[in-house]
Design a protein around this ligand. Structure first.
Ligand code: FE
Ligand code: FE
Ligand code: ZN
Length: 276
Protein backbone atom coordinates (compact mmCIF):
# COMPACT_ATOMS: atom_id res chain seq x y z
CA UNK A 1 0.00 0.00 0.00
CA UNK A 2 1.30 3.42 -0.89
CA UNK A 3 2.14 5.67 2.05
CA UNK A 4 0.86 9.16 1.33
CA UNK A 5 2.03 10.80 4.51
CA UNK A 6 4.45 13.70 4.50
CA UNK A 7 7.60 12.92 6.45
CA UNK A 8 9.67 15.99 7.19
CA UNK A 9 12.64 16.50 9.42
CA UNK A 10 16.17 17.81 9.53
CA UNK A 11 19.67 16.91 10.41
CA UNK A 12 20.05 16.53 14.20
CA UNK A 13 23.05 16.33 16.50
CA UNK A 14 23.62 12.84 17.87
CA UNK A 15 25.56 14.10 20.91
CA UNK A 16 22.75 13.23 23.36
CA UNK A 17 22.06 9.79 21.90
CA UNK A 18 19.14 8.22 20.04
CA UNK A 19 16.24 8.93 22.36
CA UNK A 20 17.24 12.59 22.63
CA UNK A 21 17.15 12.91 18.83
CA UNK A 22 13.64 11.47 18.75
CA UNK A 23 12.51 13.92 21.41
CA UNK A 24 14.14 16.86 19.63
CA UNK A 25 12.47 15.80 16.38
CA UNK A 26 9.03 15.76 18.05
CA UNK A 27 9.67 19.17 19.64
CA UNK A 28 10.14 20.79 16.20
CA UNK A 29 7.25 19.02 14.49
CA UNK A 30 9.44 16.52 12.65
CA UNK A 31 8.47 12.91 11.93
CA UNK A 32 11.79 11.81 10.47
CA UNK A 33 15.37 12.99 10.90
CA UNK A 34 18.97 12.56 9.83
CA UNK A 35 22.08 12.14 11.95
CA UNK A 36 25.73 11.36 11.50
CA UNK A 37 26.66 7.82 12.43
CA UNK A 38 30.01 9.10 13.72
CA UNK A 39 31.96 12.34 13.84
CA UNK A 40 31.34 13.88 10.39
CA UNK A 41 34.97 14.95 10.06
CA UNK A 42 37.08 12.70 12.26
CA UNK A 43 35.28 9.42 11.72
CA UNK A 44 35.21 8.27 15.35
CA UNK A 45 32.06 6.58 16.63
CA UNK A 46 30.55 6.58 20.11
CA UNK A 47 29.43 3.33 21.71
CA UNK A 48 25.74 2.62 21.26
CA UNK A 49 23.68 2.07 24.42
CA UNK A 50 21.15 -0.67 23.53
CA UNK A 51 18.44 0.72 25.87
CA UNK A 52 18.80 4.14 24.26
CA UNK A 53 18.40 2.70 20.75
CA UNK A 54 15.41 0.62 21.90
CA UNK A 55 13.77 3.71 23.40
CA UNK A 56 14.08 5.50 20.06
CA UNK A 57 12.66 2.52 18.15
CA UNK A 58 9.65 2.51 20.47
CA UNK A 59 9.16 6.24 19.92
CA UNK A 60 9.42 5.88 16.13
CA UNK A 61 6.64 3.28 16.22
CA UNK A 62 4.40 5.12 18.66
CA UNK A 63 4.71 8.48 16.90
CA UNK A 64 4.51 6.96 13.38
CA UNK A 65 7.81 8.33 12.11
CA UNK A 66 8.92 7.79 8.54
CA UNK A 67 12.26 6.16 7.79
CA UNK A 68 15.33 7.78 9.30
CA UNK A 69 18.13 8.80 6.96
CA UNK A 70 21.52 8.39 8.67
CA UNK A 71 24.47 10.06 6.99
CA UNK A 72 28.00 8.69 6.62
CA UNK A 73 30.83 11.12 7.47
CA UNK A 74 31.81 13.58 4.74
CA UNK A 75 35.43 12.57 4.99
CA UNK A 76 34.90 9.10 3.57
CA UNK A 77 36.06 8.76 0.00
CA UNK A 78 35.27 5.33 -1.41
CA UNK A 79 36.97 6.23 -4.72
CA UNK A 80 40.14 7.91 -3.51
CA UNK A 81 43.30 7.18 -5.47
CA UNK A 82 44.90 6.18 -2.15
CA UNK A 83 44.22 2.66 -1.00
CA UNK A 84 44.50 3.66 2.68
CA UNK A 85 41.68 6.21 2.22
CA UNK A 86 39.48 3.66 0.44
CA UNK A 87 40.23 1.15 3.18
CA UNK A 88 39.20 3.67 5.85
CA UNK A 89 35.87 4.16 4.02
CA UNK A 90 35.43 0.39 4.00
CA UNK A 91 36.13 0.08 7.72
CA UNK A 92 33.89 2.98 8.73
CA UNK A 93 31.00 1.89 6.52
CA UNK A 94 31.17 -1.78 7.58
CA UNK A 95 31.10 -0.68 11.19
CA UNK A 96 28.19 1.66 10.42
CA UNK A 97 26.23 -1.24 8.90
CA UNK A 98 26.51 -3.05 12.24
CA UNK A 99 25.64 0.08 14.22
CA UNK A 100 22.59 0.80 12.02
CA UNK A 101 21.09 -2.55 13.05
CA UNK A 102 20.43 -1.07 16.50
CA UNK A 103 17.73 1.00 14.73
CA UNK A 104 16.65 -1.62 12.19
CA UNK A 105 15.00 -0.95 8.85
CA UNK A 106 16.20 2.58 8.21
CA UNK A 107 18.36 4.30 5.58
CA UNK A 108 22.09 5.04 5.46
CA UNK A 109 23.10 7.71 2.97
CA UNK A 110 26.60 8.38 1.69
CA UNK A 111 28.41 10.56 -0.83
CA UNK A 112 29.74 8.35 -3.62
CA UNK A 113 33.04 10.20 -3.43
CA UNK A 114 35.54 12.06 -5.58
CA UNK A 115 37.64 10.19 -8.12
CA UNK A 116 40.45 12.77 -7.77
CA UNK A 117 41.66 12.53 -11.34
CA UNK A 118 41.40 8.74 -11.68
CA UNK A 119 38.44 9.18 -14.02
CA UNK A 120 34.77 8.64 -13.37
CA UNK A 121 34.76 5.05 -14.66
CA UNK A 122 37.44 3.98 -12.22
CA UNK A 123 35.62 5.84 -9.44
CA UNK A 124 32.37 4.04 -10.21
CA UNK A 125 34.14 0.65 -10.12
CA UNK A 126 35.78 1.39 -6.77
CA UNK A 127 32.50 2.58 -5.20
CA UNK A 128 30.69 -0.56 -6.36
CA UNK A 129 33.54 -2.77 -5.13
CA UNK A 130 33.29 -1.22 -1.70
CA UNK A 131 29.52 -1.71 -1.61
CA UNK A 132 29.92 -5.33 -2.64
CA UNK A 133 32.26 -5.80 0.33
CA UNK A 134 30.05 -4.17 2.96
CA UNK A 135 26.52 -5.30 2.04
CA UNK A 136 25.12 -8.43 3.70
CA UNK A 137 21.95 -10.35 2.71
CA UNK A 138 20.70 -10.30 6.33
CA UNK A 139 21.01 -6.53 6.90
CA UNK A 140 17.82 -4.49 7.32
CA UNK A 141 19.39 -1.16 6.37
CA UNK A 142 19.05 0.23 2.86
CA UNK A 143 22.15 2.10 1.67
CA UNK A 144 21.49 5.24 -0.34
CA UNK A 145 23.74 6.92 -2.88
CA UNK A 146 23.32 10.68 -2.72
CA UNK A 147 23.00 12.67 -5.95
CA UNK A 148 25.88 15.17 -5.96
CA UNK A 149 26.46 18.71 -7.24
CA UNK A 150 29.51 17.74 -9.29
CA UNK A 151 31.95 19.88 -7.37
CA UNK A 152 35.56 19.06 -8.30
CA UNK A 153 35.75 15.39 -9.30
CA UNK A 154 32.63 14.25 -7.43
CA UNK A 155 31.02 11.10 -8.79
CA UNK A 156 27.21 10.94 -8.86
CA UNK A 157 26.16 14.30 -10.28
CA UNK A 158 24.73 12.57 -13.36
CA UNK A 159 21.91 10.06 -12.95
CA UNK A 160 23.82 7.82 -15.39
CA UNK A 161 26.72 7.56 -12.93
CA UNK A 162 24.40 6.56 -10.09
CA UNK A 163 22.80 3.98 -12.36
CA UNK A 164 26.19 2.55 -13.27
CA UNK A 165 27.11 2.13 -9.61
CA UNK A 166 23.77 0.45 -8.87
CA UNK A 167 24.19 -1.89 -11.84
CA UNK A 168 27.47 -3.16 -10.42
CA UNK A 169 26.17 -3.90 -6.91
CA UNK A 170 25.19 -7.52 -6.37
CA UNK A 171 22.72 -7.08 -3.49
CA UNK A 172 20.75 -4.46 -5.37
CA UNK A 173 17.69 -4.70 -3.11
CA UNK A 174 19.84 -3.23 -0.32
CA UNK A 175 20.48 -0.10 -2.42
CA UNK A 176 18.58 3.10 -3.16
CA UNK A 177 19.10 6.77 -3.98
CA UNK A 178 18.71 9.99 -2.00
CA UNK A 179 17.98 13.01 -4.16
CA UNK A 180 19.33 16.33 -2.87
CA UNK A 181 17.40 19.25 -4.39
CA UNK A 182 20.33 21.69 -4.08
CA UNK A 183 22.75 19.18 -5.56
CA UNK A 184 20.62 18.20 -8.56
CA UNK A 185 20.01 21.85 -9.41
CA UNK A 186 23.71 22.62 -9.07
CA UNK A 187 24.36 19.59 -11.26
CA UNK A 188 22.19 21.10 -14.01
CA UNK A 189 18.81 19.37 -13.55
CA UNK A 190 16.17 22.11 -13.40
CA UNK A 191 14.10 20.61 -10.60
CA UNK A 192 12.77 24.04 -9.58
CA UNK A 193 11.31 24.95 -12.97
CA UNK A 194 10.30 21.49 -14.16
CA UNK A 195 10.20 18.80 -11.45
CA UNK A 196 8.14 16.48 -13.71
CA UNK A 197 10.85 16.48 -16.34
CA UNK A 198 13.63 15.81 -13.84
CA UNK A 199 11.67 12.99 -12.20
CA UNK A 200 10.89 11.51 -15.63
CA UNK A 201 14.61 11.61 -16.40
CA UNK A 202 15.38 9.97 -13.05
CA UNK A 203 12.80 7.31 -13.81
CA UNK A 204 14.19 6.65 -17.28
CA UNK A 205 17.83 6.39 -16.15
CA UNK A 206 17.60 4.92 -12.64
CA UNK A 207 13.94 4.03 -11.97
CA UNK A 208 11.80 5.97 -9.51
CA UNK A 209 11.34 2.87 -7.35
CA UNK A 210 14.99 3.34 -6.34
CA UNK A 211 14.34 6.83 -4.98
CA UNK A 212 14.04 6.40 -1.20
CA UNK A 213 14.68 9.83 0.34
CA UNK A 214 15.01 13.55 -0.37
CA UNK A 215 17.45 16.12 0.96
CA UNK A 216 15.43 19.32 0.82
CA UNK A 217 17.66 22.37 0.42
CA UNK A 218 17.60 25.63 -1.43
CA UNK A 219 20.78 26.54 -3.32
CA UNK A 220 22.92 29.68 -3.09
CA UNK A 221 23.99 29.17 -6.70
CA UNK A 222 22.31 28.97 -10.09
CA UNK A 223 21.40 25.89 -12.11
CA UNK A 224 24.48 23.97 -13.26
CA UNK A 225 26.93 25.85 -11.02
CA UNK A 226 28.48 22.67 -9.50
CA UNK A 227 29.03 24.54 -6.24
CA UNK A 228 27.08 22.77 -3.44
CA UNK A 229 26.25 25.63 -1.08
CA UNK A 230 22.92 25.06 0.68
CA UNK A 231 20.57 27.99 1.34
CA UNK A 232 17.58 28.26 3.66
CA UNK A 233 14.24 27.42 2.03
CA UNK A 234 13.11 30.47 0.05
CA UNK A 235 16.47 32.24 0.30
CA UNK A 236 18.08 30.60 -2.69
CA UNK A 237 17.73 30.08 -6.43
CA UNK A 238 15.10 27.33 -6.16
CA UNK A 239 12.58 29.25 -4.07
CA UNK A 240 9.96 28.25 -1.55
CA UNK A 241 7.15 27.49 -4.01
CA UNK A 242 9.33 25.23 -6.14
CA UNK A 243 10.54 23.33 -3.09
CA UNK A 244 7.01 22.96 -1.78
CA UNK A 245 6.00 21.52 -5.17
CA UNK A 246 8.77 18.94 -4.90
CA UNK A 247 7.95 17.94 -1.32
CA UNK A 248 4.26 17.49 -2.22
CA UNK A 249 4.85 15.87 -5.62
CA UNK A 250 2.54 12.86 -5.90
CA UNK A 251 5.38 10.70 -7.23
CA UNK A 252 7.42 11.44 -4.10
CA UNK A 253 4.71 10.73 -1.54
CA UNK A 254 5.84 8.88 1.57
CA UNK A 255 9.56 9.61 1.15
CA UNK A 256 11.44 11.09 4.12
CA UNK A 257 12.31 14.74 3.39
CA UNK A 258 15.40 15.92 5.25
CA UNK A 259 16.35 19.59 5.57
CA UNK A 260 20.08 20.32 5.52
CA UNK A 261 19.71 24.08 5.41
CA UNK A 262 21.93 26.44 7.45
CA UNK A 263 19.65 26.70 10.50
CA UNK A 264 19.30 26.19 14.21
CA UNK A 265 16.40 24.15 15.58
CA UNK A 266 13.89 27.03 15.58
CA UNK A 267 14.70 27.73 11.93
CA UNK A 268 14.11 24.07 11.09
CA UNK A 269 10.80 24.12 12.98
CA UNK A 270 9.69 27.06 10.81
CA UNK A 271 10.77 25.40 7.59
CA UNK A 272 9.00 22.17 8.49
CA UNK A 273 5.80 24.07 9.21
CA UNK A 274 6.13 26.13 6.04
CA UNK A 275 6.66 23.08 3.81
CA UNK A 276 4.14 20.74 5.41
FE1 FE B 1 25.10 14.68 2.01
FE1 FE C 1 22.54 16.36 0.98
ZN1 ZN D 1 25.37 19.47 -0.14
Amino acid sequence: MKDNNIYMGCHLSSTGGFRAMGETALSIGANTFAFFTRNPRGGKAKDIVPEDAAALCEMLRAEKFGKLVAHAPYTLNPCSAKESVREFAFMAMSDDMIRMESVPGNYYNFHPGSHVGQGVEKGIKQIAELLNRILRPEQTTTVLLETMAGKGSEVGSRFEEIREILDRVELSDKMGVCLDTCHVSDAGYDIAADPDKVLAEFDKVIGLEKLKALHVNDSMNPLGSHKDRHARIGEGTLGCEAIRRIVHHPKLAGLPCILETPNELDGYAKEIKMLK
